[in-house]
Design a protein around this ligand. Structure first.
Ligand SMILES: [Zn+2]
Length: 452
C-alpha cells in the first residue's frame, strides 16, 4: 500500500479505504475509495486514490478498509482534572454539589501534582473515546497545558477565576497575572490556546467579570463562563441585580462573539435574542443538566435563531464520563423528549454540534471540526466490525444512536498519531490508573463523602 504511491511529493501520512464522514455540506459523506493525504499538521488532499497515486509518496499509510474516518470530536466545556473526584457527589442538587463537595474537595486536594494526575486520566479517557480538542476551565492551567501538549491533544485552557481564593491563586488579581503570563507563554502554540474565564455570575463580582472579558479582548481569545445553568442562579442574580444573568452580563458589556456560555439552560425569549444579537456561543452539556435536574437548554430554538451551539460533557463529577458519543445520543433524545417532537436534533445535526459546531463556539472553525483540505489533521478512525454497528443503513444514525467511545481505535491530532489500533502512544495508561487509585485511597477514608 505504502508502495502504491509513486508521486514526487513526499508526505507524512495517507489514510485510504475507509468511509469518510464529515459535516461540511459541500463534502457530505465521502464515499469509499477516497484517500486523505496528511503532511505535517494538515490535510492537504481528499479525493480519489487514482488522483493521488502519482502525485504523492507517503512515509506511512493507514488502511481504513471497513472502518469509518471522522473529524475528531470537540468537547466544548469540561474541567478535566475533576476525574479525580468521579462519583463523589451524585444524586444531589447543584448548589450542594458545588458548595458542600466540589469546592471543599478542591481546596483540600487540588495542587499542581494532583491537577496533572487528574488531567492525565481525563486525557486517556478522551483519546480513547475520540475527543481531539477540549475546552477546559480549571486551576493550575500551566500544568494542564504541559500535560495536554505531552499527550498530543489540542486544547483551549482557562484559569477559572472566582471571588474567593482558588487552589492556585489567593486573589483574583493574582489569577489575572497568572492568566496574562500564560497568554504570552502559549502565544502561537500549535496545540494550546489560553483563554480567560470567570466561573459564573453568582461567584464573580461585576468587576471580575468585566476585567476577565477585557483581558480576553486584549489578546483576542475566548472568554469562558458558566451562564444561566440553574433556576437557583437566575433567582439570586435577579435578587441582587434585578436582571436575568444574561441581561446582567449584557449590561456589563461582556457578551460578544468570543463568549463561550456553558449551559445556558434558563433563558427567557429576550435572553435568546441577546445571545443572537451578541453572537454568544453556547456549550451545551445535556447529561450534566439532566443529572443535576438543571433543566433542558432551548437548543432547537437556539439553532433556529442561528445561535452557535457546541456539545460538551462538563466535568466528570457531574456526568460521570467524558465520552462524547454518549453525549451526542443524550443530546438528541433529550430534546426530542422535552419538545415532544422527534424531528428536532436529528442525528446529523447533533454530529455537527460535536464537531464543527463546537469548533465554531471555540472560534476555531477555520482550523478544526471537519475533514477539509487546509484544516488541521485531527481525525479519528472507528472499527465498524462490531455487533452494535451492524447492519449499517444510515451513517449519522449509527454514529449518534449506536456508536460508543470505545469503538474508536485510532486517533490523530495535528497530524500525529496518538492512539493506534487501541494502543495509546503518548501516555502510560497503567501508571496513571495506579496513581489515581493511590490518590483515591485518602478520599475514601473521608466519612463525609460516604464512599464505602
Ligand atoms: Zn462546568
Amino acid at each position: 500500500m505504502k508502495f502504491d504511491y509513486k508521486g514526487a511529493q513526499k508526505v507524512d501520512l495517507i489514510i485510504e479505504g475507509g468511509i469518510i464522514a464529515t459535516v461540511n455540506d459541500k463534502t457530505g459523506i465521502v464515499s469509499k475509495d477516497k484517500v486523505i493525504v496528511i503532511d505535517k499538521t494538515k490535510i492537504i488532499f481528499v479525493g480519489n486514490k487514482t488522483d493521488a497515486i502519482n502525485v504523492y509518496s507517503a512515509n506511512d499509510v493507514i488502511d481504513a478498509s471497513d472502518k469509518l474516518v471522522l473529524p475528531g470530536l470537540v468537547n466544548s466545556h469540561t474541567h478535566t482534572p475533576m476525574t479525580l473526584f468521579r462519583g463523589v457527589a451524585d444524586d444531589i442538587v447543584l448548589k450542594d454539589w458545588l458548595y458542600e463537595y466540589v469546592f471543599p474537595l478542591e481546596a483540600k486536594y487540588i495542587n499542581k501534582e494532583n491537577t496533572r494526575l487528574g488531567a492525565k486520566l481525563a486525557f486517556i479517557e478522551m483519546i480513547r473515546t475520540g475527543t481531539t480538542t477540549f475546552n477546559d476551565m480549571y486551576y493550575f492551567t500551566d500544568d494542564i497545558a504541559q500535560v495536554a501538549e505531552e499527550a498530543g491533544l489540542r486544547a483551549v485552557l482557562s484559569e477559572g477565576l472566582i471571588d474567593f481564593p482558588s487552589p492556585n491563586t489567593k486573589t483574583p488579581e493574582e489569577g489575572f497575572k497568572y492568566t496574562e503570563d500564560l497568554l504570552n507563554k502559549y502565544k502561537n502554540n500549535e496545540l494550546i490556546t489560553i483563554a480567560t474565564a470567570a466561573h459564573a455570575p453568582y461567584t464573580c463580582s461585576p468587576e471580575l467579570l468585566k476585567k476577565s472579558k477585557a483581558l480576553a479582548d486584549k489578546y483576542n481569545v475566548p472568554y469562558h463562563i458558566h451562564l444561566s445553568e440553574t433556576a437557583w442562579e437566575v433567582g439570586i442574580i435577579k435578587e441582587k441585580y434585578g436582571k436575568t444573568p444574561t441581561q446582567h452580563l449584557d449590561n456589563l458589556g461582556i457578551l460578544g462573539e468570543n463568549v463561550i456560555a456553558a449551559h445556558s439552560v434558563h433563558l427567557t425569549p429576550e435572553d435568546l435574542k441577546i445571545y443572537a444579537k451578541r453572537k454568544v456561543g453556547v456549550a451545551h452539556n445535556p447529561q450534566c443538566n439532566m443529572k443535576l435536574s438543571s433543566g433542558a437548554a432551548p437548543i432547537p430554538e437556539m439553532l433556529a435563531m442561528g445561535i452557535k451551539v457546541g456539545l460538551g460533557t462538563d466535568g466528570v463529577v457531574s456526568n460521570n464520563d467524558l465520552d462524547m458519543f454518549g453525549e451526542m445520543k443524550t443530546c438528541s433524545i433529550l430534546h426530542k423528549f422535552v419538545s415532544n417532537n422527534p424531528t428536532v436534533t436529528s442525528a446529523k445535526t447533533v454530529f455537527e454540534l460535536s464537531t464543527l459546531g463546537s469548533a465554531k463556539v471555540l472560534g476555531m472553525e477555520d482550523k478544526i471540526g471537519s475533514i477539509d483540505v487546509g484544516k488541521k489533521a485531527d481525525l479519528i478512525i472507528i472499527d465498524l466490525h462490531r455487533p452494535h454497528l451492524t447492519p449499517m443503513y444510515n451513517l449519522y444514525s449509527q454514529i449518534v444512536f449506536a456508536m460508543k467511545g470505545s469503538d474508536v481505535e485510532t486517533v490523530i491530532v495535528n497530524g500525529r498519531i496518538i492512539m493506534k489500533e487501541n494502543k495509546l502512544l503518548t501516555i502510560d495508561e497503567d501508571k496513571v490508573i495506579a496513581e489515581v487509585n493511590e490518590f483515591a485511597k485518602e478520599i475514601k477514608t473521608l466519612k463525609k463523602y460516604k464512599l464505602d
